[in-house]
Each structure stands twice: as structure tokens, then as C-alpha cells.
Design a protein around this ligand. Structure first.
Ligand code: SME
Length: 161
């Protein structure tokens, strides 16, 4: 088993390759979560939440994920780091989740988190959420990789309306 992360360029190439062969958005999300969970050493939970209508409101609904089951399968936009990222359309990196009052616990082991919105035609349609058992696991390279992964899904959705 490798003990270092792969070169970011390699991961980005593999993400692009997944988009080229995906048969459906779910297929692509499965592929992205599997790739990032397997290849990135400190990515202990990797999943997508996608926006759905609940009455008149939008709500984040858990999609494909890798890692242990989370209690948070539906997250309102005014809750959690996930709600904050989706409602602002900004990537959020939390180095220490215990210091952020917005944080909704997925597992007791989680120490840091990144949430990256997925855009279609400039509008947020969901997000990629990654948790780590390590403090401050998400650095500049991780942000690049995760934002690329979210953009790959967004572009795929734009091409397959
Ligand atoms: N931690 C997230 C909730 C999702 S679980 O981590 C999988 C949040 O604060 O929104």
C-alpha cells in the first residue's frame, strides 16, 4: 500500500477519464467517490449531496458515498458545513471541525472537512463532501483535486441535461 498521496495531475487525469466513460451521473459520482476514497490517504469519508425539492424548499440529499453510513442523509440549507457551502456557492475547508459551531457530526473520528459545490450553468446543484480523521487534512493540492472532481460532475451534467 502506498504511504504517500499520488501526484495531483495523475488524480485529475483519472477524474477526467471517469467522466469520459460514465453512463450516468450516478455512475460518475460512484466512480469519483471510489477513486478519491481509495487513492487519497486521508480521505476517510467521500460523498455527494445533491439538491432536491422538499415542498418549496431545496434540501441536500445524500447520494453515492464511500465510508461509514452517516446519520445525515438529508441536510437543510441552513444547517451544517454542507448547508453553508451549498447556500453560499463557496468551497469550505474546516481544519478543525470541533472549532466550528456549524459542524454536523458524521462520525466521532472526523477532525477536518472540505465541502465543494457542484455547479450546472452557474447554479449550485449539489456538492462533494469529504471528511478526514486528520486535522487540517485539506491543503492547496487537495482543494485543487476536490474542486476539479466537483467541476467534472458539473460539466458532465451540463452535457447530459
Ligand atoms: N459534516 C457535515 C455533515 C455531513 S457528514 O459529514 C457526512 C456538515 O457539517 O454539514
Amino acid at each position: 500500500m502506498p504511504t504517500t498521496n499520488p501526484n495531483p495531475r495523475e488524480v485529475i487525469n483519472e477524474l477526467n477519464a471517469l467522466a469520459a466513460i460514465a453512463k450516468s451521473a450516478r455512475d460518475l459520482m460512484e466512480g469519483i467517490t471510489k477513486l478519491l476514497h481509495q487513492k487519497m490517504l486521508r480521505y476517510n469519508w467521500v460523498g455527494f449531496y445533491m439538491l432536491e425539492k422538499e415542498g418549496a424548499q431545496d434540501i441536500l440529499v445524500l447520494g453515492p458515498f464511500r465510508g461509514t453510513m452517516t446519520p445525515h442523509t438529508r441536510i437543510p440549507l441552513n444547517q451544517g458545513i454542507c448547508g453553508a457551502a451549498a447556500s453560499t456557492g463557496k468551497t469550505i475547508v474546516i481544519d478543525d471541525v470541533s472549532a466550528d459551531a456549524r459542524y454536523l457530526a458524521c462520525s466521532l473520528e472526523t477532525k477536518s472537512e472540505i465541502v465543494v459545490p457542484v455547479f450546472v450553468e452557474g447554479k449550485v446543484v449539489g456538492e462533494l463532501d469529504i471528511d478526514s480523521h486528520f486535522l487540517a487534512a485539506f491543503r492547496a493540492d487537495d482543494r485543487t483535486i476536490c474542486e476539479h472532481a466537483a467541476a467534472v460532475l458539473g460539466r458532465w451534467l451540463e452535457k447530459h441535461p
